[in-house]
Design a protein around this ligand. Structure first.
Ligand SMILES: NC(=O)c1ccc[n+]([C@@H]2O[C@H](COP(=O)([O-])OP(=O)(O)OC[C@H]3O[C@@H](n4cnc5c(N)ncnc54)[C@H](OP(=O)(O)O)[C@@H]3O)[C@@H](O)[C@H]2O)c1
Length: 234
């Protein structure tokens, strides 16, 4: 990612909690990139199930995606009970809306999608989460297929359970294993933000789906090595 590139982040809190450090803009700035543009619920899909029909014609979505270089989609329904209607509107249709608007605006960059481990491997935790939160993992798995079929250049990043810790403390494990949703598969939010920013620097992360969790011990591997084992999606 270069200083002149404009990255739209769909779903970044306006004022990231300083303890959480979940800031893609901050990660970008720390790694020498230009600040990202934020795009929040009230600017766009708000509330998607009422005012944003299943089309990309919302003027706010269209204007937000104009002239951007890359797009990070990190929005999701907050932790806790949620009806399936809200999950579908935000985590499925919301992604499709933004994708469609970007394509309509002639987007030629990378679409990086933040999702969660556990979408592939069944587990008790995943079943309970789906029950409590409107089948979130099922819809997230489904939207992955839509992203892969959309024709845009993409990277799908499935993050482990998020921790509010600063970045750079622990090794980062990037792999194409399908981890079960489990507390032992955790990662600092800020390390996920850094993974997004770094993925743009490595062309071999394009058209890949991978999982990111924290590894054992401190950081040792440079990013080129971290990403070197990835295979493109077939
Ligand atoms: N928590 C975990 O352990 C975990 C693990 C892996 C992946 N994930 C996923 O990773 C992403 C980030 O996780 P998180 O825990 O940091 O989530 P979070 O704190 O709940 O943040 C989600 C963001 O999405 C925004 N959002 C919600 N609905 C939106 C809409 N319709 N349009 C635009 N923005 C919308 C929220 O905006 P408002 O502030 O306006 O509500 C918020 O800024 C989420 O998609 C989450 O599902 C979470």
């Amino acid at each position: 990612m270069h200083e002149t590139e404009r990255v739209l982040v769909v779903g970044e809190p306006e004022e990231p909690d300083s303890s959480s450090l979940t800031s893609y803009s901050r990660a970008g700035t720390a790694f020498g990139c230009s600040p990202a543009i934020r795009f929040r619920r009230h600017d766009a899909l708000a509330p998607p199930w009422k005012s944003c029909p299943a089309t990309s014609h919302s003027p706010t979505v269209s204007s937000a995606v104009r002239d951007i270089t890359h797009l990070f989609f990190t929005a999701g329904v907050a932790m806790g009970f949620a009806r399936e209607q809200l999950i579908v509107a935000t985590e499925y249709q919301g992604v499709l809306n933004v994708l469609a608007a970007a394509r309509q605006a002639g987007f030629r960059g990378r679409f990086l999608y933040m999702t969660a481990i556990g979408v592939i491997t069944p587990s008790l935790s995943a079943a309970l989460l789906n029950l409590f939160k409107g089948s979130t993992l099922r819809w997230r798995r489904r939207v992955e297929d839509d992203i892969r079929a959309s024709g845009v250049d993409y990277t799908i990043i499935r993050a482990g359970v998020l921790l509010n810790r600063p970045s750079g403390k622990r090794a980062i494990e990037v792999s194409q294993r399908a981890h079960a949703l489990a507390l032992r598969h955790r990662i600092a939010r800020a390390d996920v933000a850094e993974t997004f920013v770094q993925a743009l620097n490595y062309p071999n992360t394009a058209r890949t789906t991978f999982e990111v969790i924290r590894g054992k011990g401190p950081r040792r591997e440079p990013w080129d090595l971290v990403f070197s084992r990835l295979k493109p999606d077939s």
